[in-house]
Design a protein around this ligand. Structure first.
Ligand SMILES: O=P(O)(O)OC[C@H]1O[C@](O)(CO)[C@@H](O)[C@@H]1O
Length: 272
């Protein structure tokens, strides 16, 4: 991987916390950097479990990862994946489901056997049992090595909306109206967006050994400000990442646009 500035922010008013932050120019650079990191992690390990996200943000990562894979094929037999979330009531065949998204955007072109991929089953007759089983499956493979995350405008991670307990595990959630509105474009209308989803909980996410959060665009600037300069609070679920020992936040200049001079003064630039 080419050497890139690796920036650490120390916010002294909340004790010394270390969040690795990389501010790159724009979305294509986020995608390339993230894909290279994921590719390298897969290459380096004998066996790896990766947590994956949906939404618009990781699309570039998946595209770039496939490009790298086509240049120098990955051994996908050592890869297991777990997705963060799924809509309740959307079948795998529905073009609005996250299973469908993952199959199209990554799994089928990558050639990974689908049995090695996991997405919560939004059609399960017993959603609670499905949530428990999903947690058990993650545990059975030894947990997630690298979790890729996006972030909602309101700071949600996975589908953990503001107010979600930091102790939560995989569970059923009611989606906030802002999240449903943000995702309405994929369903054709707001009415068609499911009211509920299954999501890994915040404790499930924090259990990952490493977390890579991607944030692009001005829409994410407030969440980035809260993450790096606000209080750790479940009103902004993303802020919980400050409690994790190995988080990298990869954002573009627009997503970094609300960071204060004080925070930027505390940035130390090092190199990988
Ligand atoms: O990447 P986007 O489309 O901005 O979405 C951000 C977040 O919102 C979700 O799509 C859920 O609304 C998450 O899966 C994602 O991390």
């Amino acid at each position: 991987m080419k050497k890139c500035p690796f920036i650490q922010i120390y916010l002294y008013n909340v004790g010394v916390i270390e969040v690795n932050v990389r501010i790159v120019k724009d979305y294509p650079e986020i995608s390339e950097t993230a894909a290279q990191h994921v590719y390298d992690c897969i290459q380096q390990k004998e066996k790896i479990t990766i947590g994956l996200a949906t939404g618009d943000t990781p699309l570039g990562l998946y595209r770039e990862l496939l490009r790298l894979h086509h240049e120098h094929p990955l051994n996908v037999s050592k890869l297991t994946t777990f997705n963060l979330d799924e809509y309740v009531g959307e079948a795998a065949e529905s073009s609005c489901s996250y299973r469908y998204y993952m199959n199209q955007q990554l799994f089928l072109p990558l050639g990974i056997p689908l049995a090695q991929t996991h997405v919560p089953d939004g059609m399960a007759a017993d959603i609670e049992a499905e949530c428990e089983q999903y947690e058990a499956q993650m545990k059975a493979v030894g947990g997630i090595d690298l979790q890729v995350l996006g972030v909602g405008r309101n700071g949600h991670i996975g589908f953990n909306e503001p107010g979600t307990s930091f102790d939560s595990h995989t569970h059923k959630v009611e989606l906030s109206s802002s999240t449903r509105e943000a995702n309405a474009k994929h369903f054709g209308s707001l009415e068609r967006v499911p009211q509920h989803a299954i999501t890994m909980g915040i404790a499930s996410i924090l259990h990952a050994k490493e977390i890579l959060l991607l944030a692009s665009g001005e829409r994410k600037a407030q969440a980035m400000f809260q993450l790096l300069e606000g209080e750790v609070t479940n009103e902004w679920p993303v802020t919980v990442l400050r409690r994790h020992a190995n988080v990298t936040v990869l954002m573009d200049e627009e997503a970094a646009s609300l960071l204060s001079d004080k925070a930027l003064d505390n940035i130390k630039v090092t190199h990988r």
